[in-house]
Write a protein that binds this ligand. Structure first.
Ligand SMILES: Cc1cc2nc3c(=O)[nH]c(=O)nc-3n(C[C@H](O)[C@H](O)[C@H](O)COP(=O)(O)OP(=O)(O)OC[C@H]3O[C@@H](n4cnc5c(N)ncnc54)[C@H](O)[C@@H]3O)c2cc1C
Length: 402
């Protein structure tokens, strides 16, 4: 079948749906086709925020995003739709929201399905033509755009690519840019916001535990530091603070955990000296009793080269006490890589912005009437609602120009 529209949007995710809604709210007579390869729109959206959809954050700002030369574009998108504007936009669509103590906004009912339903109902009410099970294979640019799926061909003078990234392939994540980037240069997609694969002699003994820590990504100096809960797994570290480090992590770097970030090394040393006396007759692995979980304390002592836990605490040397304090402030893991697209919430990479995409409009500088939005662009935010904010805000920005 052949279909003709005024505008075609490829990708029925967060960015594509907001783009379609914004286009129809702005110009109700516009004939808009939203093409989605899955059997339904917004599949990824349903899984966001552990099924609760963390849709934005009080702290949204350009510093929360990475991407090659992306800062001016991110700033322009966030300026056009800042946090109050996005919340008001959703309120107008019928979605009430509230923030948690860390500034993360969720729907009031804490259900991602509510966000998707509001967007689906709005697409329907506004008359967006939604086509599911339509995987776009090829796009031609001749007198506008011809968009080919397996079964059908769609024509329109305007085209938006909102096809996302390969993060979470089970939810529809894929790399469509090879077919859809239309001569635009791209940075290869790499997994981000995911657990970091690490190696350390003590990791296996920590499997299944969680600890609050300051996690630092280090190479020659500190690359990035984050506080939060760290989860120790078979071959990786996980947790929101680790996800944020994964934006920058590369093999050869280290993750250093300060397990007691509110106590100085000197203070800890003094406490351990007291413990040596208080627990004089107890086996050595009790040195950190009352401070750290037992298995974590044992890992700290192992890294401090305290080998024989059967010795009593009183036998620990001055050097061992000092090393134990140091080790608790810097439990170290060697970065081996990430856990792949399956475990990633987002991707670095995508259509490169500098020289190719107009910052204020997200329109291509190479092909007229072509726009990109959402994660298809080389923009990736930290955990906490930043990626959805960018997807929604960039979708609105583009939609209002169609
Ligand atoms: C488990 C998980 C939890 C997350 N939680 C959060 C969170 O709480 N807060 C937050 O801010 N971010 C979160 N994210 C990230 C966030 O979901 C994404 O950044 C966001 O969905 C990107 O929006 P998008 O519209 O650009 O891409 P997507 O939402 O991925 O939408 C792209 C759509 O395009 C479709 N598509 C791709 N290629 C084609 C093609 N060739 N033809 C037709 N259709 C195509 C895809 O099927 C998909 O539906 C999470 C991600 C995951 C995986």
């Amino acid at each position: 079948m052949k279909y003709t529209f005024d505008a075609i949007i490829i990708g029925g995710g967060a960015a594509g749906m907001l783009c379609a809604i914004a286009a129809k709210r702005h110009r109700p007579s516009l004939r808009v086709a939203l093409l989605e390869k899955n059997d339904r729109v917004g599949k990824k959206l349903l899984a966001t925020g552990n099924g609760r959809c963390n849709l934005t954050n009080k702290n949204v700002s350009p510093e929360k995003y990475v991407g090659n030369g992306a800062a001016p574009t991110v700033a322009a998108v966030l300026q056009k739709t800042d946090v109050p504007a996005l919340l008001q936009y959703f309120k107008d669509l019928g979605l009430l929201t509230s923030a948690d103590s860390e500034g993360r906004y969720y729907p009031l009912c804490r259900q991602a399905s509510a966000v998707l339903d509001v967007l689906r109902f709005q697409c329907e009410a506004l008359g967006v033509d939604v086509f599911c099970k339509e995987a776009v294979r090829r796009v031609q640019t001749q007198n506008g755009f011809a968009v080919f799926t397996e079964q059908n061909c769609f024509y329109a003078p305007k085209l938006v690519i909102a096809a996302g990234s390969p993060a979470a392939p089970k939810l529809g994540g894929c790399n469509s840019l090879d077919a859809l980037a239309l001569r635009h240069r791209t940075a290869p997609f790499t997994p981000a916001l995911c657990p970091i694969r690490v190696e350390s002699a003590v990791l296996k003994s920590l499997k299944g535990l969680r600890a609050h820590a300051e996690a630092r990504l280090e190479s020659n100096g500190i690359i990035k530091a984050e506080r939060g809960e760290v989860q120790f797994n078979e071959d990786n570290l996980s947790g929101i603070c680790i996800f944020n480090l994964s934006l920058y992590a590369e093999k050869g770097q280290r993750i250093v955990l300060d397990l007691l970030p509110n106590i100085s090394e000197r203070e800890l040393y003094n406490i351990l000296q007291k413990n040596k006396t208080n627990y004089a007759q107890q086996p050595a692995d009790n040195l950190l009793t009352g401070i750290l979980q037992k298995r974590i304390a044992q890992a700290v002592l192992k890294q401090a080269q305290v080998k024989d836990f059967s010795h009593p605490c009183k036998k620990l040397s001055e050097q061992e006490i000092r090393a134990a304090a140091k080790s608790a402030k810097a439990l170290t893991f060697a970065v081996q890589g990430n856990m792949g697209f399956d475990r990633a919430q987002a991707c670095k990479g995508g259509v490169l912005l500098p020289g190719q995409i107009e910052s204020r409009t997200l329109q291509s500088k190479r092909i007229e009437n072509l726009w990109f939005c959402g994660e298809a662009l080389d923009v990736c935010g930290e955990c906490g609602g930043y990626n959805l904010h960018f997807a929604f805000a960039s979708g609105i920005l583009v939609g209002e120009q169609l």
